[in-house]
Write a protein that binds this ligand. Structure first.
Ligand code: ZN
Length: 110
């Protein structure tokens, strides 16, 4: 857990707010809610991934560019899809097995 303001890891838990863990940074004295994902990616990384998705990149392509696991990206997209007016609806996201097969196929062609 790092402070989103100063990137310090000198943060301590500071109770809960709306069922989310609230933190307090000892370094810059900021309070913030746990807005990092379980894997520790920052909001900025997440936004970049979602931007790439909106611009038509596949999950595997985003994974290669960002280093974020495609399953994590899919989770982000599903969680954020409502807020992205230009994003395809979640129903249009193919099953990950199909993506895997397609990527394997494309990979073999090289
Ligand atoms: Zn801080």
């Amino acid at each position: 857990m790092k402070c989103p303001n100063c990137q310090s890891d000198k943060v301590r838990k500071n109770g809960h707010r709306r069922e989310k863990q609230n933190y307090h940074c000892k370094k810059c004295d900021r309070q913030f809610i746990d807005q990092y994902t379980a894997r520790g990616y920052s909001i900025k990384v997440k936004e970049n991934c979602l931007k790439m998705y909106v611009n038509g990149l596949g999950f595997r392509a985003i994974e290669r560019v960002s280093g974020v696991n495609h399953n994590t990206i899919i989770r982000w997209v599903k969680a954020t899809a409502d807020k992205l007016p230009n994003a395809p609806s979640v129903e249009e996201i193919p099953e990950i097995t199909e993506i895997d097969e397609l990527q394997t196929f494309v990979g073999k062609k090289k």
